[in-house]
Design a binder for this molecule. Structure first.
Ligand code: SF4
Ligand code: MG
Length: 330
């Protein structure tokens, strides 16, 4: 059948000092219905902007999709107009962001906010939409949902607010749920609870999930497949189990060696979503020839400083962009 999502040669640029600097380059990946994919990388690697591009939300200007296709059930969303993108966002693709307080409206109860989405989406009566909101709060594990539905966002803990955001994201029964660092703002215990919730929902709702994180440990527990980004490019991908057992790219080896520290506390400096300096790697890093990881790579060779490594297939759906792999295969 048709792939749910097929991203082809995506390039996203940001205008910086009069120049269009690519922040995502030649990015291709696929996602099947019901599949789970982790997109991993440091802040500024292009993972958040990739997620926004899937929703037609690249802030423009200064951002722009300059090349490629985002095929959602065969339809190219790069070519879609704002009206169509609104439909897609309301029906098919939902996103959960990292700051639930900024995404919830402080002047409406959480029940009203979920009910409003249900009302708009399914054309439900106010009473039915309210019932649906209570049902969704129950689904995401809010205790006494019919009472809590009357709470305002500030009356809830951070973890509970994130559950509400997940309820809002799921009320339209999307085919694809994107979660960008959904637990970064939460403390470690609550993070674990939210991830348990995702695990549970994966079974219950059958939506495909893209989980974006800097934490490879989270991906190891949550997703079937993983894609690692570095300086705007995909540098490794594959099924999670094989990837964890035998990471190939020197950067991902470093990431995987950190796994015993599962569920790390949040980054000291998490990048705010739309703050361009945090999203865009330095032009120097991106426009220099050769492998972007070379300055940090203990195994860099002369070739690494002049030629960008091509993504080499490693079998079993795996691939890595590193000259060591290309040369081992040759
Ligand atoms: Fe290191 Fe070279 Fe591989 Fe880049 S291509 S990760 S610099 S060995
Ligand atoms: Mg980010």
């Amino acid at each position: 059948g048709k792939k749910l999502l097929s991203v082809r040669n995506l390039e996203i640029t940001f205008r910086t000092e009069g120049e269009d600097i690519p922040v995502v380059r030649d990015l291709s990946f696929d996602l099947d219905h019901g599949d789970t994919l982790g997109i991993v990388g440091e802040s500024g690697c292009g993972k958040s902007i990739t997620a926004l591009s899937l929703l037609g939300l690249v802030p423009s200007p200064p951002g722009r999709i300059s090349k490629g296709q985002i095929l959602f059930e065969g339809e190219d969303l790069v070519q879609a107009g704002e009206r169509r993108l609104n439909q897609v966002r309301g029906n098919d693709i939902s996103m959960v962001f990292q700051e639930p307080m900024t995404s919830l409206n402080p002047v409406y109860t959480i029940g009203e906010q979920i009910a409003e989405t249900a009302r708009v989406h399914f054309g439900l009566s106010p009473a039915k939409a309210w019932a649906r909101a209570v049902e969704m709060l129950d689904l995401v594990g809010i205790p006494s949902p019919d009472t809590r539905a009357h709470d305002f966002p500030h009356q809830l803990s951070g973890g509970m607010r994130q559950r509400v955001m997940i309820a809002i994201a799921l009320v339209c029964e999307p085919k694809l749920l994107i979660a960008d660092e959904p637990t970064t703002a939460l403390d470690v215990t609550v993070q674990a609870q939210v991830f348990d919730l995702f695990q549970e929902l994966k079974q219950k709702i059958g939506a495909a999930i893209i989980l974006i994180t800097h934490d490879i440990g989270v991906v190891a527990q949550m997703t079937n497949r993983v894609m690692v980004m570095y300086a705007g490019r995909k540098i490794e991908e594959g099924p999670v189990a094989e990837f964890i057992r035998d990471p190939r790219h020197p950067y991902t080896r470093g990431l995987v060696s950190c796994i015993p520290r599962l569920r790390l506390p949040p980054d000291d400096h998490p990048a705010p979503l739309f703050e361009i300096p945090g999203v865009v790697p330095s032009p120097w890093e991106l426009n220099r020839p050769g492998c972007a990881f070379a300055p940090r790579c203990a195994r860099a060779m002369a070739r690494c400083r002049t030629e960008n490594p091509v993504l080499a297939p490693l079998g079993d759906g795996r691939a890595a962009a590193c000259w060591l792999e290309t040369e081992a295969a040759a």
